[in-house]
Each structure stands twice: as C-alpha cells, then as structure tokens.
Design a protein around this ligand. Structure first.
Ligand code: VG1
Ligand code: CO
Length: 548
C-alpha cells in the first residue's frame, strides 16, 4: 500500500452566499467552482450536515468532466481530514450516478459524493456540479440539503489534509491521513447488479439472431459501462456503442439525450438504415433515450410501458409494488397502475422524492418526463437500466418497439405529451410570470379557452407519505375538463438566468386518433399555455428554445 505523508490543516474561509442545492445538487459554472475555497466550502458544509460518519466509508466518483479529477483530490483529502475511515473512488475518477448509488448500497457505505452537472455541458466555460447521496444510495433529502446550505452561509474554516495527489488510475489502496483510499473498478458492481435483474442469455440471443443497437454514450460517463454490458457481455456488434470514451468536454457536445441534442439518433431511427433500437444516456448516466425503428418513445410512455412489462425481466418476475412519477410526468403510468391495482404516487420533480417510497417498499418503478426511469435496484434513475429493460422486454415479447408502443396506446389510450423550455431567460421575468400565475389560480377554474375549460388549478404541494415532510410550490398545474393539463415550473438545475418549463399533455383514448403529430395534437393547449401565463410578455421570447 502506498502511504502518503500527511498532516491535517484547518483553512480559514468565508461563506459564499449561493450554495443552495437545486433539483439535483449544487450546479454552477465551472469558473464559479474554481474560485478559491468554493468547492471546499461546500464539501465541508456537506460533512457538517452529517452525523456519525467517523471511520465509515464514503464513495466518490464523477462523470469525467473538466475539473473532475481536481475536485476528487480535494474531496479525498477533506473526507480523510474529517474522519472518514475509507474512501472508495472509481478508477479515473469515474462513477456514473447509478453506479455510485449501486456501490454505496453494495458496500454499505455511509454515503457518497458525485461530481457531475449531469446533462449540462462541461468544460472551463461550461458547468460543474456536486451532489451528496445518503446511505440508501439516493440523493440527500431536502432536510439535509437545507442543512448543507445553512452551514455554507456561516462557514469559517474547513479541514483538509496536506498530501500529494492519489493516483486515480491504478486499482489499489493508498493511506491518506487516517483513511484508506481504495480505487475500484467503476463498472464491476454495476454490471453484476444488471446481470442479476435482466435475462442476459435471452438478450444475447436476440443479438445473435441479428438484433441491432446503436447506443450513444455522448462522450460522457456511460461509455465504459455500455461497452462492457452491450458489446462484451451481451455480444452486440462492435461499434454498437458510439462516442464511448468519456471526454472532459464531452467532445464539445451537450450530453443531454433528447430530440434536440441527440437529433442524429432520431434521424437514424427514422431512416432506412435504422437499427432495431437507438438509445443514449446523459453526462452522468442516469437519463435514457429510447427510439425504436420509426418510433420515438416519450419518457412518460416509456415509464408506463416499463411498468406494464417489468414482470418479463427476472428481477421483477413477481410483479411490482407500485409506481411513482414526478408531477409533470404524463399520467400514462397512472393507467397502468390502475389496471395492475398497485399504488401510484405523484411527487415533486427530482429523484430525491422517490427515496422514501422505494425504501418503504411502496413502489418498485419510478420515472420522470425528463428521460429518467429506474427501480428499487438503486436509488437514482438509471439510463442503462432503462435500455436493458427495453432489451429484455423486446427479447421476451419477440416484437419491435413500434409494435409495443402502438399496442400499449390501443390498450390504455395515448397521452400526447411535450415539454417546452424557455432557457436562460431573465430571472426577474420568470419569477414574475410564476407570481402572476399564482395570483391567477383562484380565478381559473370554470374559465374557458376555446373548447378548453379549466377544471382545477393549483400550486403543487407534496406531503411525503412516509415521513410527512412537506414540499410546497412545486409547480403550477392547470387541469382541463377533458383530461388535458398544462404545468409550469422553473428549473432547479440551470446555471444562468432562469429556465421556464411548460409541460403540456392531452389524453386521447380513441385509437383512431393516435397518429397525429404531437405538436399538432397539442396546438390548442400550447396556445392556451401562452394565454394563461403570458409567456412572451414575461420572458421576451415568442417561442421555446427547446421542445422535447
Ligand atoms: C431536471 C429535470 C428533472 C431531473 C433533474 C435532474 O430538473 O426536469 O426531472 O430530476 O433535471 O436530472 P429541473 O429542475 O431543471 O427541471 V439530471 O440527469 O440533470 O441529474
Ligand atoms: Co443526469
């Protein structure tokens, strides 16, 4: 074992006022994180919000973006100085978000720190982030994130060990102060978990029979995982995984697997050269994109279809206990839960709200409209898990993505669904828009907009059924009498100005009307969303910057 000479130092610092974690940890421009003591302040504030970790294990990894390695060295030295006994780090500083969750659980660690700004672009001019996960492997609940923020506002000093850098690229152990730093294979635990959940022989067989896959790792964290799983373990043709090397700037791309940033996959899937399945994941590996030959699957539909078919995968053979979705996610999954007579939960946006439901065994499958799906196997959404689930379903049902989606719509009805994002608008305007909507809420029910009539309108509040904690102001909902819905909320992951998200949904039970183009099917609701919220007046934009 390498032993690094080391001495604990207490470093004086001053608070930064902007360290309140958002939907998923603290995300800022990389330059902000590079300010003196900025990252160290936040890390010390995490430790200050925790109790009882002396001598215990901390898992550390990141999505490989610019500043990842430097940040990991700081976290290691601070974790050792603050008394953790063991620090597990993914080789090369790499751990996808779901893999970090899996390692925390498998190693019964006290918690974990993941360095990532997820789907936000990386690089010196782009974004960086950090989040803390608790011992169940899931994102810290609001009680902890608020305690972190409170401490960051009064912090006067932090503890760090003076020691040379740990070699992140060599598996093995190093002593840093009183702690052992263990560099682990970032893929092994995760791969074993996937093998325990899915029918690998059946999936390998469809690849043998000529099934084709194109998985775009977007030069982000999933490359090594995807190659090990799809190409090595399941026998997909070499080259099935593209952009498979994690790069500090994601090759200059935006590692967000949606129809805008992964447009080429949609084009491929709609072309004559379409493989059976096109898929992608995001910067930190927790999101997924699923497109069959000639068929995009909306994340909300994907959640519903997974819920309806999960029993086809060995890990879920005995059925699922319940389903949870974030409030803005379409209600397609609700119809499946109703049919299966299982629990259905509607939570605020962000995976941290699923943790209690999963821990209590109330739900097995969770999902979000933002390309997130996962299950009780970890406590994060999981991009590769979703792709494997689809492969398992395809292998078991011996049919194509398109056929499965169409059959699902025919059985349950179709939820036309789209999200319109107005990115990086002025914060004042965005906040005024929401304030204006809140003021309008009591007067909305009964109002008509063309053929649409408002049935109910509210500001979504959630009471956690397990610990009774309350989260308010989680998005404005406008529900119409014929089952359509508009939701407005401000993003909690952006790093510049504000981002307004408008979620639009229409339920169509009639199979004869399932072939419309989505924006067309939603046109009157889109116009109504503008009328109710006066989006152009408040944001100065006449159209969204991203439509998914
Ligand atoms: C967005 C998504 C949300 C997701 C969050 C983190 O949050 O809408 O569903 O949980 O990102 O995902 P917001 O507050 O910007 O709408 V990830 O893959 O960026 O960690
Ligand atoms: Co992500």
């Amino acid at each position: 074992m390498t032993i690094l000479l080391s001495e604990i130092r207490t470093v004086a610092t001053k608070p930064y006022p902007d360290q309140r974690p958002g939907t998923s940890g603290l995300r800022k421009k990389t330059k902000i994180f590079q300010q003196p003591h900025y990252l160290a302040n936040f890390v010390q504030s995490i430790f200050a919000a925790l109790e009882g970790f002396k001598g215990k294990t901390l898992v550390v990894g990141g999505d490989g973006r610019f500043f990842n390695r430097e940040a990991i060295q700081i976290v290691i030295r601070m974790a050792a100085a603050n008394g953790f006994g063991e620090i597990l780090v993914g080789r090369g500083g790499i751990l996808s978000t779901p893999a970090a969750s899996a390692v925390i659980r498998a190693e019964q660690a006290f918690g974990g720190i993941v360095l990532s700004a997820s789907h936000n672009p990386g690089g010196p001019e782009a974004d960086f982030g950090i989040k803390y996960n608790i011992s169940n492997g899931g994102p810290a609940p609001e009680k902890i994130t608020e305690a972190i923020f409170a401490h960051s506002g009064t912090i006067q000093s932090y503890k760090i060990i003076e020691a040379p850098d740990v070699d992140l690229d060599r598996l093995g152990e190093t002593r840093v102060g009183g702690a052992i730093v263990r560099i682990i294979d970032p893929v092994a635990v995760y791969l074993a978990l996937m093998e325990s959940l899915f029918d690998f022989p059946a999936i390998a067989q469809i690849f043998k029979d000529g099934f084709t896959l194109k998985f775009d790792a977007m030069s982000a964290v999933t490359g090594p995982y995807a190659k090990a799983i799809f190409e090595d373990a399941l026998g997909a043709a070499k080259g099935s995984v593209i952009n498979g090397e994690p790069l500090p700037d994601f090759g200059g791309h935006h590692p967000d697997p949606n129809l805008v940033h992964a447009r080429h996959l949609l084009d491929l899937a709609m072309s004559d050269a379409a493989p059976d399945l096109c898929a992608a994941s995001d910067g930190d590996g927790d999101r997924n994109l699923i497109i069959g030959r000639g068929q995009f699957v909306t994340p909300s539909d994907s959640l519903a279809i997974i819920a309806a078919n999960a029993h086809l995968a060995p890990g879920y053979r005995s059925g699922i206990a319940g389903v949870a979705r974030s409030m803005p996610t379409s209600r397609a999954a609700d119809r499946v839960a109703e049919k299966l007579k299982i629990g259905m939960y509607e939570t605020p946006t962000g995976w941290k709200f699923f943790g209690n439901l999963l821990d209590a065994g109330r739900v097995t499958i969770c999902g979000e409209e933002s390309a997130g799906a996962g299950s009780n196997h970890v406590r994060e959404k999981d991009g590769l898990w979703a792709v494997l689930m689809w492969l398992n379903i395809l292998a078991a049902r011996k049919t194509g993505v398109k056929e499965i989606v169409r059959a699902h719509w025919a059985e349950f009805g179709r939820h036309y669904y789209s999200r319109h994002d107005y990115e990086e608008v002025a914060s004042e305007g965005a906040e005024a828009l929401i304030a204006n909507l809140r003021a309008k809420l009591p007067g909305l029910p009964g109002q008509g907009f063309g053929a649409l009539k408002v049935e109910a309108a509210d500001d979504f509040a959630y009471t956690d059924p397990v610990d009774a904690s309350v989260s308010e102001k989680q998005g404005i909902r406008v529900l119409f009498t014929e089952g359509s819905r508009i939701v407005y909320r401000l993003s909690g992951t952006g790093t510049a100005g504000a981002t307004l998200r408008v979620y639009i949904e229409r339920y169509e039970p009639d199979p004869a009307k399932h072939e419309l183009e989505t924006q067309e099917a939603l046109a009157d609701l889109i116009a109504c969303a503008e009328k109710i919220a006066e989006i152009s007046r408040y944001t100065g934009r006449d159209k969204p910057s991203v439509i998914t």
